[in-house]
Design a protein around this ligand. Structure first.
Ligand SMILES: C[S@@+](CC[C@H](N)C(=O)[O-])C[C@H]1O[C@@H](n2cnc3c(N)ncnc32)[C@H](O)[C@@H]1O
Length: 238
């Protein structure tokens, strides 16, 4: 996550609309947004009237989030799921593939156990994650053009280049490099890693920590995921 360019290269999309409409459908009030990043979606939850607690370990991202409209209606926490209050929320949500940043089984189990602990009885856990069977990396690797962005403070033109290293077991590694187009200077170079879990692995892990009524919707519609689904949206109930 590179806060300097994140919102510029991750534009509002059908995934964001889906999360808002799903929350609306299940009729919740108090929500926790775990891995909220720059608050790209969080402030829209606040605007929609939810009482939001938003958590992310990236301090710079939280600072950036605090410059947005509706930010003062959100409780921001620099931290992780450990910081969630117990029996406090109607929904815990993780958007834009946060589920894939947990590289080890221990960190994944800890996060979903914390989400379970944080929910009131009957509360909802909702998150998206990419389907490894759809092999999204094959498409990513074909795209050799940089993303165009701008340093919002200085107005300097930027390019974001991505290099893909590939898999070691089920962890995919890539690098993002932000370059100043005018000076050719490398502004940021960051290693990123994603863990790909199968639908079955995720379902089983959610069941183990106690979630019930577990569903996996496919590709931003309230319908059952298939093997061809690109993104799963998991929804479990405490
Ligand atoms: C792809 S971004 C998604 C940001 C945001 N949810 C959105 O919709 O734009 C992934 C986020 O996960 C956060 N993250 C990394 N490790 C984490 C952890 N252990 N607990 C919670 N969030 C974490 C990163 O800092 C980053 O902001």
């Amino acid at each position: 996550m590179i806060p300097l360019v994140y919102d510029q290269i991750n534009r509002w999309g059908k995934d964001d609309e889906f999360f808002l409409s799903l929350l609306n459908k299940i009729n919740v009030k108090k929500i926790a947004d775990v891995g909220c990043g720059t608050g790209r979606l969080t402030t829209h939850f606040a605007k929609a009237g939810y009482q939001v607690t938003a958590i992310d370990p990236n301090e710079e991202a939280i600072e950036y989030a605090k410059s947005k409209k509706y930010q003062d209606e959100v409780t921001w926490i620099v931290g992780d799921s450990t910081n969630l209050q117990t029996n406090a929320f109607d929904a815990v949500i993780m958007t834009a593939n946060v589920a894939q940043v947990f590289l080890t089984e221990d960190s994944w189990k800890k996060t979903i156990s914390d989400a379970f602990r944080a929910l009131k009885t009957g509360g909802h856990f909702i998150f998206d994650t990419r389907n490894p069977l759809a092999k999204p990396w094959e498409q990513w690797e074909k795209d050799k053009t940089p993303e165009v962005a701008m340093d919002q403070l200085s107005g300097e033109p930027l390019e974001v280049w991505t290099e893909y290293e590939g898999f070691v077991e089920d962890i995919f590694t890539f690098y993002e490099t932000v370059k100043n187009v005018r000076t050719d200077e490398v502004v940021i170079h960051e290693k990123m890693q994603l863990k790909f879990r199968t639908q079955e692995e995720i379902h089983e892990s959610l069941q183990k920590v106690g979630f019930s009524q577990i569903q996996a919707y496919g590709d931003w519609e309230i319908k059952q995921a298939t093997v061809e689904t690109k993104s799963f949206i998991f929804h479990g109930v405490k």
